[in-house]
Design a binder for this molecule. Structure first.
Ligand SMILES: [Zn+2]
Length: 200
């Protein structure tokens, strides 16, 4: 019989604070064997608990905007300032939000399991990272990254800035204005193969 790591109901090890804060109503315990690997997928709900709007609400809008108005090449071509205004607001909101107990619980689980744990999130904020998660992948890109608007192949850069005008937006070394890395992923529909960016 495999040795088990109990995450509820056993004196050692235990995560009582997690149990309390998660307020789980159904699955209240898990047993993980010492050679098990754990993969967790998180979505909009976990960020919603921190006050961030889901990508698409019931009305099909993202934070009150039609996705095609902010996440398409057409929108970028027609109104890059408007697209940046939208993403700037999303960046500002994400920076004000705090990780909630669910984010913290997953970070604690990773701390226990090490490289036997991996987290994949559909979310674009950095709440998992701020909770302490390290082994994770953002399948739809990251709000805090910008990339070349011409897609010349250079890697995205970290960028938490909010832009009020296009004059404030930076440029890639190729001369093109930078665009939201997130927007690129979404509007090209390549979220599942975007994690190996082409190198220059
Ligand atoms: Zn470039």
């Amino acid at each position: 019989m495999k040795p088990q790591q109990q995450f509820r109901g056993s004196p050692e090890p235990s995560i009582p604070s997690t149990e309390t804060r998660m307020r789980a109503t159904t699955a209240t315990s898990i047993s993980i064997a010492s050679d098990d690997r754990v993969f967790v997928l998180t979505g909009a709900g976990i960020s919603a608990e921190s006050g961030l709007p889901t990508f698409r609400a019931d009305d099909g809008l993202w934070a009150g905007h039609r996705v095609e108005d902010v996440c398409t090449p057409k929108a970028w071509k027609r109104d890059p300032a408007g697209v940046w205004e939208f993403y700037s607001a999303r960046r500002a909101a994400a920076q004000k939000a705090d990780p909630n107990p669910a984010h913290i619980a997953l970070a604690e689980l990773e701390a226990r399991l090490g490289d036997r744990f991996f987290l994949c999130t559909q979310n674009v904020d950095d709440l998992h990272e701020r909770a302490g998660s390290v082994r994770l992948l953002h399948m739809h890109g990251e709000l805090a990254k910008s990339r070349c608007g011409r897609e010349c192949g250079r890697l995205p850069i970290e960028d938490w800035l909010s832009y009020r005008t296009l004059d404030e937006v930076g440029h890639c070394i190729c001369g093109a204005r930078t665009s939201s890395s997130l927007a690129r992923h979404l509007w090209r529909g390549i979220a599942f193969r975007n994690n190996s960016p082409r190198r220059p």
